[in-house]
Design a protein around this ligand. Structure first.
Ligand SMILES: NC(=O)c1ccc[n+]([C@@H]2O[C@H](COP(=O)([O-])OP(=O)(O)OC[C@H]3O[C@@H](n4cnc5c(N)ncnc54)[C@H](OP(=O)(O)O)[C@@H]3O)[C@@H](O)[C@H]2O)c1
Length: 276
């Protein structure tokens, strides 16, 4: 049956895929963005202005909404309980894409807040996004060597389409309430291996050149497209991941959607133009 779904952060990597997949499945989508005038969303989507740091902006967006998709792109989780309270006052279900990237709110604290908010809830815990490899796009456009730190760091990269597919099912099907789904790609690859695979798909021989953390910091500081405030968060996160056990993949995407999660090679193939 067709549902009315509010997708917050609808212009992002995951949100835009989710809007597309929900519409393709016949659901009615309302899309939240801070800038409705400039957001590039499909013409038949109802676009609403939402500012997550001011959760009261959600109140007028929730009329007749069955389920809401929420992620938290802010550097503090202070307003997350209020946002969840407002959603829970109007919708029957919330699907939340969690993150380890909120300094004052751990993933487990996010999970507890979401599952305790009083309506049906699903939490999705994603591995590292494959789209992060676009941080190397400038280097790849201008040469065959990619400089970076933590080249031996293993991780599983997930395609935004797979996160959206899991979210779409959780938003529209019954039987998911209370679940926390850990979603990953189908393989674990070091950063150096990721660069090699990007090269293979692009028909290039790309090589990794290891930098010290200090040099990597300098390089990221000089990169105007990379937020300075995120550099330490990222590199500290990589240090922590290096010290942790090798990550495992999960079969969640395949179990829920009936098809395997996309490989990195498939993701690169979908994003060839972004490396040119
Ligand atoms: N990259 C990773 O490896 C990784 C791993 C795990 C979790 N995550 C989490 O994934 C989330 C990012 O998802 P994404 O990649 O799909 O997004 P994205 O492409 O980075 O885009 C950010 C989205 O958040 C919206 N947004 C930003 N600030 C907002 C605000 N103050 N109020 C309302 N909307 C706001 C933007 O909408 P407008 O600009 O249109 O308003 C946009 O839709 C973050 O929570 C991140 O921590 C990322």
């Amino acid at each position: 049956m067709s549902k009315n779904i509010l997708v917050l952060a609808a212009t992002g990597n995951v949100g835009s895929q989710l809007v597309h997949q929900l519409q393709a499945a016949g659901h009615s989508v309302r899309a939240g963005t801070r800038n409705p005038a400039t957001a590039e969303l499909p013409a038949d989507v109802q676009v609403v202005r939402t500012e997550l740091s001011r959760p009261e902006t959600l109140i007028d967006c929730l009329d007749d909404i069955d389920a809401a998709f929420l992620l938290w792109p802010l550097h503090t989780g202070a307003q997350l309980p209020k946002a969840l309270g407002i959603i829970a006052g109007c919708a029957r279900r919330v699907v939340f894409l969690g993150t380890d990237g909120i300094p004052d709110l751990s993933f487990e604290e996010q999970e507890n807040l979401v599952h305790g908010c009083g309506i049906e809830s699903v939490v999705i815990r994603p591995s590292t996004f494959a789209v992060n490899t676009l941080w190397w796009a400038d280097q790849i456009r201008t040469g065959d060597i990619v400089h970076g730190s933590h080249g031996e760091l293993p991780m599983s990269l997930i395609h935004e389409a797979d996160m959206a597919a899991v979210a779409a099912l959780a938003l529209t099907e019954n039987g998911h309430a209370g679940a926390t789904y850990t979603v990953t790609g189908p393989e674990v690859l070091t950063r150096a291996e990721q660069v090699r695979i990007i090269g293979e798909v692009l028909g290039r021989q790309l090589r990794w050149a290891e930098l010290t953390r200090e040099h990597a910091e300098q390089r990221l500081l000089a990169d105007e497209s990379f937020p300075d405030s995120f550099i330490d968060v990222l590199l500290d996160g990589y240090d922590t991941m290096m010290a942790a056990p090798r990550p495992q993949t999960t079969s969640t995407v395949a179990d829920l959607t009936g098809r395997p999660a996309h490989s990195l090679a498939e993701w690169v193939s979908d994003h060839r133009a972004d490396f040119r």
